[in-house]
Design a protein around this ligand. Structure first.
Ligand SMILES: [Zn+2]
Ligand SMILES: [Zn+2]
Length: 385
């Protein structure tokens, strides 16, 4: 059975519900109801609105997890679809409705399959702000539902529809945020010699930060530092006393992450000091790097090749600088994260994620479902008679 039948209908219903981080109440009810109707054991409220459905076969103690994310974005949908979001100002613009439908579709088919062990269908809240994985882990996900590996998929506009792409090692970057507060002495714009202008200091800091990636990070490593916002308490004719610079940093490795934070603090604090000002830096780690485990990835690649053939499967795709909450699961148990093509630019699924006219392509549902099912057959094969 390869049709997207019920999965497509579930996807459209979930699309209409579109709820944002930790508010996925109706979405969670819907998912739990489908899982129960398939006869699965269902745990609700696992880290807020998180859900785990469990399907057991045979006698093996082995278990794996298949994970979907549940949250939508605070975006007003402009797709014109007949099943567009009914929730004003909320939209599944990252395709998490499609991810849920794939995992539900896999559950539906696995109910009739022969395998030996347990499959935990993990539905996590709040992927977009990077808080849902921590909430589920904090609620005992891996203690209550021990699993030897967990697998996730994300649709990807710009990749041909249905192509599966992954790699061992880092596949999605860690995200870190920073706030630099520069304090000087504000006052009348006509008397700079009586002041310490924090805006000039902030300008120096922003330019100096560009040298970290260019001059401090090993050129064979990848990193980004972007200053994304600057605010002050100044006025047209008054030099401010404080300036706040906010920004975002990405990288793939703990030593690079440490280097970025250390150099950012040094550059900000010492540049400020050179001008008689002070800089206070807050540096926070928002998303873990998603690092694919080698054995889980080998199993994922075999399942992908069984699903879409060797030619539809890229086992050595380039890592991407965007971040994914799945990284925290992968930090705790062996894991693989795979991208599934949603269509090329100009096609229905080619519109970038997080756009108000983004569309998940239903045509990729069967491939996603077959892929998940193949992973279960790959790892929980019944003992041969
Ligand atoms: Zn997203
Ligand atoms: Zn997403």
């Amino acid at each position: 059975m390869t049709s997207g039948g019920s999965a497509e209908s579930w996807r459209h219903q979930l699309h209409q519900l579109a709820e944002t981080a930790f508010e996925e109440h109706r979405t969670a009810e819907f998912v739990a109801e489908v899982l129960r109707s398939l006869g699965l054991d269902v745990a609700v409220g696992v880290g807020g609105t998180g859900i785990v459905g469990t399907l057991r076969r045979g006698t093996s103690e082995r278990a794996i997890g298949l994970r979907a994310d549940m949250d939508a974005l605070p975006i007003r949908e402009r797709t014109g679809l007949s099943f567009a979001s009914r929730h004003e100002g909320r939209m599944h613009a990252c395709g998490h409705d499609g991810h849920m439908a794939m995992v539900l579709g896999a559950a539906e088919q696995l109910v009739d399959d022969d395998f030996d062990g347990a499959v935990h269908f993990v539905f996590q809240p709040a992927e977009e702000p990077g808080r849902g994985a921590a909430a589920m882990i904090g609620a005992g996900l891996f203690d209550r539902f021990p699993m030897e590996a967990i697998f996730g998929l994300h649709n990807m506009p710009g990749l041909p529809a249905g192509v599966l792409a992954t790699r061992p090692g880092p596949i999605m970057a860690g995200e870190e945020n920073f706030v630099i507060t520069v304090t000087g002495r504000g006052g009348h714009a006509s008397a700079p010699h009586h002041l310490i202008d924090p805006l000039v200091v902030a300008a120096h800091i922003i330019v100096a930060l560009q040298s970290i990636v260019a001059r401090s990070v090993d050129p064979v490593d990848s990193a980004v530092i972007s200053c994304t916002d600057i605010t002050t308490d100044g006025a047209r004719n008054a030099v401010p006393s404080t300036v706040r610079i906010t920004g975002d940093a990405r990288n793939f490795a703990p030593d690079v992450s440490t280097l970025l934070e250390t150099r950012l603090r040094e550059v900000a604090e010492r540049t400020a000091q050179a001008h008689g000002a002070t800089a206070e830096v807050s540096y926070t780690r928002e998303f873990a790097t998603t690092v694919n485990h080698s054995e889980a990835t080998a199993a994922a690649v075999r399942a992908a090749a069984r699903t879409v053939g060797e030619e539809g499967c890229d086992a050595a795709t380039s890592p991407i600088m965007a971040s994914e909450d799945f990284g925290l699961f992968a930090d705790r148990v062996p894991a693989n994260f795979t991208l599934i093509g949603n269509g090329m630019p100009g096609e229905r699924g080619g519109v970038p994620l997080h756009s108000h006219d983004y569309q998940f392509d239903d045509a990729i549902l069967p491939a996603g479902i077959r892929y998940y099912r193949s992973i279960v057959h790959e790892l929980l094969a019944p003992p041969s008679a």
